[in-house]
Design a protein around this ligand. Sequence first.
Ligand code: SF4
Ligand code: SF4
Length: 111
Amino acid sequence: MNFWGFKISETRSINYDANERGMAERMEQEAPSSKLCIGCGGCTAGCTAGALTEFNIRRLQMLAKRGEEREARERLGRCMLCGKCLLVCPRGVETRKMILSMMNYIKNNPK
Ligand code: SF4
Ligand code: SF4
């Protein structure tokens, strides 16, 4: 339905029970500090890959935590593992370790 050129977005719901938890569990295990994230976006603002592509590390970890693995898999390969995000995080989240744990998960669980 259109209203003066605008349209209402489709309602989007996330079914946590139906989503895959494997990647999130691996991340929690290998990088427990990922639980400390407050979603401030500092990592995203300074991200090297984010400056060159549409990569967004904050979104990536949100997708993984929600169990939206397919989308997380598609985006993960853009990270250059430079570690810059690690330096700016105010919560001491081991972002690089977090990303590596996701990469390891994908390696062991190819789709
Ligand atoms: S900088 Fe740290 S706390 Fe902020 S969104 Fe990134 S990982 Fe989370
Ligand atoms: S390690 Fe990856 S997510 Fe972190 S700043 Fe570098 S490219 Fe961005």
